[in-house]
Design a binder for this molecule. Structure first.
Ligand SMILES: [Zn+2]
Length: 385
């Protein structure tokens, strides 16, 4: 090794050239890196980051992610800790602070390496390889069909797992917004429970329902390291009133399958950047709203709140006024089009402020457990849906 390569090896280096990677290196000075986040392709949205920092074990890193006042959700950075992992299995929170007045809004992350590299991300990533593992493993279970409903703009399959022998059509979809990786961790928890023959809640659901699960609505955005859009910069959760092969084939193929199956109950799984809580949003403003439909949604929500301290009803989005629902969004469109009990589940990027975990914040493990609680709650009241 020459002196030159030795000094190069000792320096801090940063890369994001991998699945769901996103970072721009503005400059590196010693152990301090100045960074920014790349916008979604053909879009102004940005918030998701995922990169690898390499330096000798013991190095105290200072990572400055700048320009965040212009990000999609600037309120997402206060009281937020960046996710970090050295083994890419356990994700913890690094000490982080946000200064709105520094370099257009800067999140400063401080972390001392225990080994020679660490991975940092907005939330614990869920890779496309893991997605393939998930659908392969679930699809191999008895009674489960893996159906490709169509293809994304970049040509990736839109996977749907179908299971259950009952008549009631139940849909779960996730990751319309690809940076909300907790939504696919939730799906892993859901599929793990539903394919466990020893789980009585699952058995009850599978006897009463035909369940359709789309673990990743937006594989192109996921692998491109997008926050909110597909390969063409389209926000899929604003396409449900008129999906098209040109802009949003991901939504079109799912909605076409829903037209074939009908929808009695639907949950669209997301993450929220700013609100430190888990909550549900409903369909209050749809034109055809029915009392029984709304009562079932509220009963589901309130029952879930009793079941798990990780869910609450105090924090959330304001309800749409009568007739003012946005029918381009999945929840409102599914409630209107099929009369479904439809809902949007939001999990935090930060933490559950009522039950904080300083080490991990909101995590893959809690996302998976929440899925089990959501399914068990549905099993409790499935006769009423
Ligand atoms: Zn979302």
């Amino acid at each position: 090794m020459t002196d030159q390569t030795r000094s190069a090896a000792a320096a801090l280096s940063i890369t994001s050239v991998f699945d769901s990677g996103n970072i721009v290196v503005e400059g590196i000075d010693g152990t301090t890196a100045t960074l920014s986040i790349r916008k979604d392709n053909e879009s102004d949205f940005f918030q998701w980051f995922h990169f690898r920092a390499a330096a000798p074990a013991g190095t105290a890193l200072t990572l400055r992610i700048t320009g965040l006042a212009a990000s999609a959700y600037p309120d997402g950075w206060a009281d937020y800790g960046a996710c970090v992992s050295e083994d890419r299995e356990t994700w913890r929170r690094a000490t982080s602070s946000y200064d709105v007045n520094e370099a257009g809004g800067t999140l400063t992350v401080r972390y001392t390496l225990e080994s020679d590299a660490a991975w940092f991300a907005y939330f614990a990533p869920y890779s496309l390889e893991r997605h393939h593992d998930l659908v392969a493993q679930a699809g191999a279970c008895d009674g489960v069909t893996l159906r490709q409903l169509g293809f994304s703009l970049d040509g990736r399959p839109i996977d749907c797992l179908e299971l259950g022998t009952g008549a009631k059509p139940i849909w779960f979809i996730a990751r319309q917004h690809p940076g909300e990786s907790m939504a696919e961790w939730w799906m892993e928890g859901a599929l793990d429970m539903l394919t466990d023959p020893g789980n009585v809640h699952a058995r009850k659901l599978l006897a009463a329902c035909r369940i359709y699960i789309v673990p990743n609505m937006n594989p192109d955005g996921s692998t491109r390291g997008h926050l909110r859009t597909n390969a063409a910069g389209v926000n899929l959760n604003r396409e449900w009133h008129a999906p098209s092969a040109e802009r949003s084939p991901e939504v079109l193929c799912v909605r076409d399958r829903m037209d074939e199956t009908g929808v009695a109950f639907a949950m669209d799984v997301h993450g929220d950047e700013a609100i430190p809580a888990v909550f549900l949003a409903g369909f209050e403003g749809i034109p055809s709203i029915k009392d029984a439909q709304l009562a079932s949604f509220r009963k589901y929500r309130d029952t879930l709140a009793v079941r798990t301290p990780d869910f609450q009803t105090r924090l959330g989005y304001p309800e749409a006024r009568p007739g003012k629902a946005n029918l381009s969004m999945a929840t409102a469109q599914l409630a209107e089009r099929y009369g479904a009990v439809a809902m949007t589940l939001e999990m935090p990027f930060k933490d559950n402020v009522d039950m904080p975990d300083p080490a991990q914040g909101w995590s893959p493990e809690r996302s998976m457990q929440l899925a089990r609680d959501c399914l068990a709650t549905l099993a409790e009241m499935v006769e009423e849906i």
